[in-house]
Write a protein that binds this ligand. Structure first.
Ligand code: SF4
Length: 369
């Protein structure tokens, strides 16, 4: 299984916590950018003749901020230049402040069958504090247009002043809107973003408070019928994100667009993060790659273990042996011994115990040594 990711780097306004490659004042180049993206689809497609892709993901930025005809055109070209599986999962990220009935209709005509909607909070004052362009009402309008569709809602924890009641309300709004999948992410105050100042001023919930919110959120999500399958991802039965599962299984993917990364044949590529350079490269007929790394055997094993342990599916010793020819517990004997108390073993499958999933980074750091 392999996936295709397309990065749409435009936003209406920059959220205060955002450090993604996204631009809120470059809509003037959206048409040129999308033409280059289509050219990159054609260039990369030639390299993957004979390979079947199971997922396509339009991420950003805010893919829903641009004219939907560009998404339609890109998706059509993907279908012409790549071989897709019989029933591919095709996702688009949407900001509720940027949608309309016409846009969603065209997305569906393009073959998009999964929608990822950023709710973040059901408290308008918190949305404003985060710098989001939408209100709770916008979210409800957006999801009313998605009735019966397969859509996911993003929910955030660790917002300034957020209480358990606020989180409960947010989860209730997400679940009540019909989301089949909910992602619950902790706000990360990245250096260089405006929210980092709030963090330095001690205005954000501390680690213990965020952990308590996470526990609380997990319980509310379980009550609402959402099963956790990765530390931050919960879904109704059969509604896992196939695209993200491919990343966590260390599957191959092709990334297209500014700042997109690719991974295939044990090689990792990174496109430039400079929008103008990206356009210039593509117009000159070059791949806009600024970094290329062949992943060595030791790193490949580590990535496999680290990604596998992030999910509730864990690592199968047999699957690891088939892939690498060895026993992962022997390859990582020291780390395995030190972390064993946090691991649950069923048959040949090892996973992190439920109660330790949120602190997996500390556990996984043992495997990096
Ligand atoms: S909508 Fe997403 S990509 Fe755009 S600024 Fe906000 S967090 Fe960043």
């Amino acid at each position: 299984m392999a996936g295709i990711y397309l990065h749409i780097p435009f936003c209406k306004q920059k959220c205060r916590y955002c450090d993604f490659v996204s631009f809120c004042n470059r809509m003037d180049v959206a048409e040129a950018y999308m033409a280059c993206l289509i050219k990159e689809i054609e260039m990369r497609g030639k390299e993957f003749a004979g390979k079947t892709f199971d997922t396509v993901y339009f991420g950003g930025g805010t893919p829903s901020v641009i004219d939907p005809k560009y998404i339609y055109a890109a998706m059509r070209r993907i279908g012409e230049c790549f071989t897709l599986s019989a029933r591919p999962e095709v996702t688009i990220e949407m900001n509720p402040g940027t949608v309309s009935e016409q846009k969603i209709a065209l997305y569906k005509r393009a073959g998009i069958n999964r929608f990822s909607v950023g709710l973040q909070s059901a408290i308008d004052a918190q949305l404003a504090d985060l710098g989001r362009v939408h209100t709770v009402r916008d979210y409800l309008y957006c999801t009313s247009l998605l009735k019966g569709e397969n859509f996911s809602a993003d929910v955030m924890i660790g917002i300034r002043g957020q209480t358990q009641d606020d989180l409960q309300k947010t989860i209730a709004v997400a679940a009540g809107s019909g989301a089949k999948h909910i992602s619950m992410y902790a706000l990360t105050p990245e250096d260089g973003t405006p929210i980092y100042t709030d963090y330095l001023n001690g205005e954000l919930p501390d680690g213990d408070e965020v952990a308590a919110l996470y526990e609380f959120g997990c319980a509310r999500l379980a009550e609402a019928g959402y099963v956790r399958y990765e530390v931050s991802n919960f879904c109704q039965k059969g509604c896992e994100s196939r695209h993200n599962l491919n990343y966590w299984r260390r599957g191959e993917y092709v990334g297209l667009g500014v700042s997109a990364s690719s991974f295939f044949s044990e090689r990792r590529l990174l496109n430039t993060t400079d929008l103008d350079e990206y356009i210039k490269c593509i117009l000159s007929g070059f791949f806009p790659v600024i970094d290329c790394e062949d992943v060595g055997e030791r790193d490949a094993r580590f990535e496999y273990v680290m990604l596998g342990l992030r999910t509730v599916y864990g690592i199968s010793a047999e699957a690891y042996r088939r892939r690498f020819g060895t026993d992962w517990r022997q390859d990582f004997a020291d780390a395995y011994r030190k972390t064993r108390q946090y691991l649950a073993e069923t048959g040949d499958v090892t996973r992190i115990k439920d109660e330790f999933l949120f602190v997996q980074n500390q556990i996984l750091s043992e495997y990096a040594q």
